[in-house]
Design a protein around this ligand. Structure first.
Ligand SMILES: *[C@@H]1O[C@H](CO)[C@@H](O)[C@H](O)[C@H]1NC(C)=O
Ligand SMILES: *[C@@H]1O[C@H](CO)[C@@H](O)[C@H](O)[C@H]1NC(C)=O
Ligand SMILES: *[C@@H]1O[C@H](CO)[C@@H](O)[C@H](O)[C@H]1NC(C)=O
Ligand SMILES: *[C@@H]1O[C@H](CO)[C@@H](O)[C@H](O)[C@H]1NC(C)=O
Ligand SMILES: *[C@@H]1O[C@H](CO)[C@@H](O)[C@H](O)[C@H]1NC(C)=O
Ligand SMILES: *[C@@H]1O[C@H](CO)[C@@H](O)[C@H](O)[C@H]1NC(C)=O
Ligand SMILES: *[C@@H]1O[C@H](CO)[C@@H](O)[C@H](O)[C@H]1NC(C)=O
Ligand SMILES: *[C@@H]1O[C@H](CO)[C@@H](O)[C@H](O)[C@H]1NC(C)=O
Ligand SMILES: *[C@@H]1O[C@H](CO)[C@@H](O)[C@H](O)[C@H]1NC(C)=O
Ligand SMILES: *[C@@H]1O[C@H](CO)[C@@H](O)[C@H](O)[C@H]1NC(C)=O
Length: 537
């Protein structure tokens, strides 16, 4: 598969459209975000405890040894922490374990390993036909300071920006709606000064351009995440992406459609982590309505010109974990299903699959080894099944112009509690319903379309089969708030997904009698009664 894509890429490059090719290739990928210091240690040990604010000693070598954990979950790309040398200081806000405090762009972060280790990581990923996305900081360089203002920066310590002329004069970012202010002033001046680069200056832009060209070449990087993209001047971004020669996500932290989508429609960035869906997605699972999520979905579809180049996420290293506000694993399963089955690229942050529940930074950066890399964990299995099904459907529909990846998901049914969608062309579609009721959700039947009369379909998370009725509708046996995801049974031929199945109606009947037998209806009250009423209809 890699050789095929590389050949295509090479052919496209000769035709002068290599950027388009790499964007198209990225769209079929599924990305797992790794915080290198907190993913795996070189010796593979899982017992080390560490302070939230300092190095926990994860490394690229440790990551290489645990790539199976990621690829077995069906991911086809990883995004890693920034790779360059950072400041060594212990500051009032900890050490640079996260990699965002650049000091020397031309040296690698020795805490994570050597340049050869990073090359090996890239090689090992490519051997598995996986892509490497590297996080890069272009907005600023970092230096410890004692909170005296303006920060007394020793510019000669920076490489290559060793002179104060490369930087904006100090001012604090205070006006989050004034772009001059949030692009030219310095972010978060506390304990560490983030000396703000004059990216609008041709010299600085050229220096960053030649740096990224080399970095991408030296480590065979396939894509970038550009940190704080909103905080550099607009014009810098497309030049930087062009110089890199690869696909890039830029971090644009806003839930406002106009603010967000203009990065795409003005050609500033090819893609972004999808902050538009993020906020209403959280709200829908926190007492809100799926209707509001559906509304924002339409707005994003209207406002952005390529929603397939966005990355759907519900967690990252900057935001409180999903489970920090709702412990219900069933809710988390629905969120995971949305992330993987939405238009665009799934973007899952390490630990989400282990239902980690840390709150704001740095508590959302728990060492993954504390999970013992448990591949039996419920959310790991959900991610695995849905990623693998998505990968399979993408492969099946990859030659048609109407591919799974490029077909816009259609909303089939939406109300306060449900969002049901169909994505993919006929024959290669996945019909899914996410629900926000949680594990206390009732037992009831929901009839949803998206297939053709008589289609034999399978629900991926329960491996139960159903035949679509004369109108192409499928009866979904909703229960305990579980998400549903269906595809044609025949699409799974030759795969290990749902290689043993059960009739859905029979399985649901067994479930209900088992639940009744165990007295599970006690305490569920109205929800279950409501479920039985629906059954009676
Ligand atoms: C990480 O490595 C440093 C330096 O070798 C050491 O001082 C520290 O104790 C280690 N931390 C952990 C959690 O192993
Ligand atoms: C910078 O501005 C923020 C408000 O945006 C404020 O909370 C913070 O105290 C300011 N820091 C300094 C050093 O002025
Ligand atoms: C925007 O911020 C810049 C830089 O801080 C400042 O000079 C300018 O007055 C601000 N503009 C408005 C309209 O407040
Ligand atoms: C890329 O590798 C060359 C040769 O080793 C080295 O001189 C250069 O500094 C490297 N550039 C970056 C950005 O790592
Ligand atoms: C979106 O708009 C930008 C800027 O005009 C353009 O470069 C890009 O090709 C467009 N993408 C699509 C999919 O139309
Ligand atoms: C977070 O997860 C830990 C480990 O599973 C658990 O002990 C703790 O109770 C959870 N905290 C919350 C607030 O859910
Ligand atoms: C792994 O997860 C499964 C399912 O949640 C659980 O039963 C098992 O105890 C876990 N194993 C470890 C070592 O935590
Ligand atoms: C489509 O996917 C199949 C299965 O992975 C593969 O054999 C085939 O080469 C792919 N075709 C294209 C055009 O990429
Ligand atoms: C078929 O599914 C659609 C939603 O996709 C729904 O609106 C319709 O009512 C269903 N038909 C029946 C007969 O239940
Ligand atoms: C079915 O899938 C499981 C893994 O999910 C695998 O262990 C087993 O070998 C498969 N069986 C067949 C007959 O393919």
């Amino acid at each position: 598969m890699l050789s095929t894509s590389l050949t295509v890429a090479a052919a496209m490059a000769l035709m002068g459209v290599s950027d388009a090719a790499s964007l198209e290739q990225w769209k079929s990928r599924s990305i797992y975000q790794v915080m290198v210091d907190r993913f795996a240690r070189t010796d593979g040990s899982t017992t080390a405890t560490c302070d939230d604010y300092v190095f926990c000693n994860g490394s690229w070598a440790g990551l290489i040894d645990k790539l199976d954990y990621i690829s077995d979950m069906g991911f086809t790309a990883i995004q890693i922490s920034p790779v360059v040398e950072n400041i060594e200081d212990d500051t009032g806000v900890g050490t640079a374990y996260h990699g965002y405090w650049s000091k020397d762009l031309y040296a690698v972060n020795s805490h994570f390993g050597t340049a050869d280790d990073l090359k090996s990581l890239s090689d090992e990923l490519h051997k598995r036909d996986m892509y490497l996305m590297v996080d890069v900081v272009v907005n600023n360089m970092a230096q410890k300071f004692d909170n005296t203002l303006p920060p007394p920066i020793e510019y000669s310590e920076f490489e290559p920006f060793d002179n104060e002329d490369y930087f904006h004069t100090y001012c604090n970012v205070t006006e989050w709606t004034n772009s001059t202010n949030y692009q030219n002033c310095w972010l978060y001046p506390y304990a560490v000064a983030l000396a703000d680069l004059r990216t609008e200056d041709q010299t600085v832009s050229d220096m960053l351009g030649s740096w990224i060209k080399e970095l991408v070449a030296n480590y065979s990087i396939d894509g970038l995440r550009i940190d704080a993209a909103k905080h550099v001047n607009d014009d810098f971004l497309p030049t930087f992406v062009q110089n890199s020669g690869v696909f890039a996500f830029g971090e644009v932290l806003t839930g406002l459609v106009e603010d967000f989508c203009r990065y795409q429609t003005k050609g500033l960035l090819p893609g972004m982590p999808n902050y538009l869906h993020y906020y209403p997605l959280l709200a829908a699972f926190d007492g809100g309505s799926m209707n509001d999520l559906a509304t924002v979905r339409s707005q994003a579809q209207e406002g952005c010109n390529d929603t397939m180049a966005l990355g759907t996420f519900v967690e990252n290293h900057d935001m409180p974990r999903f489970a920090s506000t709702n412990e219900d694993v069933v809710i988390a399963k629905n969120a995971m299903a949305y992330v993987i089955l939405n238009d665009g690229m799934p973007l899952v942050y390490q630990g989400q699959e282990q239902h980690f529940n840390g709150s704001g930074t740095p508590f959302n950066r728990e060492p993954l080894w504390h999970s013992e890399y448990n591949t039996s964990a419920e959310l790991y299995q959900v991610a695995r099944t849905l990623n693998k099904a998505r990968n399979q459907i993408i492969a099946l529909s990859n030659s048609s112009t109407d591919s799974y990846v490029n077909s816009v998901a259609k909303t089939l049914f939406v109300d306060i509690n449900h969002l049901c969608m169909s994505k993919g062309p006929d024959g290669a579609q996945i019909v899914s319903c996410i629900v926000n009721q949680g594990s206390g959700g009732a037992e009831y039947e929901l009839s949803v379309g998206g297939f053709s009369a008589g289609d034999e379909v399978v629900e991926l998370l329960s491996c139960t089969t159903t035949t679509a009725d004369g109108t192409g509708n499928v009866t979904m046996y909703m229960n305990k708030g579980e998400p549903k995801a269906y595809t044609l049974l025949a699409n799974l031929d030759g795969t290990e997904i749902c290689n043993s199945t059960k009739d859905a109606a029979e399985a649901a009947a067994e479930d209900s009698s088992a639940a009744a037998g165990l007295g599970m209806s006690f305490g569920m009250g109205a929800a279950v009664v409501f479920g039985w009423l629906l059954y009676a209809l």
